[in-house]
Write a protein that binds this ligand. Structure first.
Ligand code: ATP
Ligand code: MG
Length: 393
């Protein structure tokens, strides 16, 4: 009798001809996630699911936690795997009952659900359900059978491969598509609440992401940068391995401050950030820029501001997965994915350096361009790119 982790996948069912591609990527992603926990464990596909084997049983909770963060999986269970004989199934059921005795002593109702994919198994599902139900009732006479709304369901899954899987819990995963099946993007990662959530959302649709962060040392602190590295590490179970490009923005901000009208500071800054992102994308093959922007959240997130920022881009779209979310929804997601507590640490972002009292809410592009003409954009940008620090996450 061996404990295994049983993984179920979702939407990739729909992918017809590309199915193999999605399957392979998903397996690769699961492998990467579980090998980090226990390098001996292995994965196998059995009848439309994956099974994780050969791990040290002490690692089981960490394996579950890692798999929960692999996009493409919809749910998972910790299951006993036994040979499909009546004796072995009953003995693993007894083990499961022992493991769960605390819950079952206090529960009122249960049912046993048998699925018999292997039609050679000698007992029909409903008959076997009754027999196994009897085993449960013998140990827990306080329980009643409830077929419609039981407190506990014990699943017995008799597969074609001669094996049966017995489990009593289905743990929900995030669903989505396997990372690496929907193109490559560059997420602009600040230290705030929104951009890590934006990264999560795009990775959930299968996009392979790398990240860029702009900092203004010494106006912004070393801790502000470390906070972003920490956020990137928290994202890596979802995103897989990636590069964080750290761009020094100090000189650019000083130049804007010196040469342009204060009200244009943020608009121009953001336009230059975009130009640098497009430049990096051309170099590394990213197909979209992702931001955590959200309509009407702040002055730089009006329709006019966002139009003016992205109008500098020639050949790349900006994706803003959070555009229509309420802040409350974003916060609740960021708690769910585990980035919130780090995001709210109080280190300043470069966007708050030289912050004007009255930033433009509806910048006019001609006037922005006029202000920008006082800067030597080309050399500022190429210098920033030359000095990029690449951190492998
Ligand atoms: P966040 O919570 O993600 O910081 P925000 O609500 O504070 O977002 P802004 O500061 O206007 O909004 O930034 C909007 C978006 O621009 C961010 O979500 C992020 O994608 C990007 N951004 C802002 N500052 C930086 C930075 N220093 N480095 C990289 N990207 C940044
Ligand atoms: Mg911010």
């Amino acid at each position: 009798m061996e404990k295994v982790v049983l993984l179920r996948y979702g939407e990739i069912h729909l992918k017809g001809k590309n199915r193999g591609l999605f399957d392979n990527q998903l397996i690769k992603n699961i492998e990467q996630a579980i090998k980090k926990v226990d390098e001996n464990c292995s994965i196998k596909k059995v009848g439309g699911r994956y099974l994780v084997y050969n791990f040290n049983q002490f690692n089981i909770d960490s394996i579950v936690e890692s798999c929960k963060k692999v996009f493409g999986l919809v749910s998972l269970s910790i299951a006993f795997e036994v040979n499909s004989t009546i004796e072995e199934i009953i003995s693993s059921l007894n083990q499961l009952l022992e493991d769960e005795q605390f819950f079952l002593n206090n529960a009122k109702s249960f049912k046993v659900e048998v699925k018999r994919a292997d039609k050679n198994f000698p007992i029909k599902s409903t008959d076997f359900e009754r027999e196994l139900g009897g085993v449960v009732l013998e140990k827990f006479p306080n329980l009643k059978v409830n077929l419609t709304k039981p407190e506990k369901t014990i699943f017995v899954d008799i597969r074609e491969n001669g094996k049966t899987y017995i489990f009593s819990e289905k743990i929900e995963c995030f669903g989505g598509m396997p990372v690496g099946t929907s193109g490559k993007g560059l997420v602009m990662l600040s230290g705030g609440i929104d951009s890590p959530v934006a990264a999560f959302m795009m990775a959930k649709r299968g996009m392979k992401l790398n990240a860029v962060h702009f900092h203004s040392f010494p106006y912004t602190s070393q801790q502000a940068k470390e906070k972003v590295v920490d956020l990137a590490k928290l994202l890596s179970p979802y995103l897989g391995k990636f590069n964080l490009y750290v761009v020094s923005f100090t000189k650019i901000q000083e130049e804007i401050h010196k040469k342009c009208k204060p009200a244009y500071m943020i608009t121009i800054m953001r336009r230059i950030m975009m130009r640098i992102c497009e430049n990096l994308s051309n170099k590394y093959g990213f197909q979209a820029i992702i931001t955590g922007e959200n309509l009407a959240q702040v002055a730089s997130q009006t329709v006019e501001s966002m139009t003016s920022t992205e109008s500098v881009l020639k050949n790349i779209p900006v994706y803003r997965p959070l555009i229509a979310f309420d802040k409350i929804e974003i916060i609740s997601l960021s708690k769910k994915i585990g980035t919130f507590d780090t995001s709210i640490l109080p280190y300043e972002d470069c966007c708050t350096v030289f912050l004007p009292k009255n930033p433009l809410i509806k910048p006019k592009i001609e006037l922005v361009e006029k202000e920008e003409s006082y800067l030597d954009l080309e050399s500022l940008i190429s210098e920033a790119i030359k000095n990029i620090e690449i951190i492998e996450i």
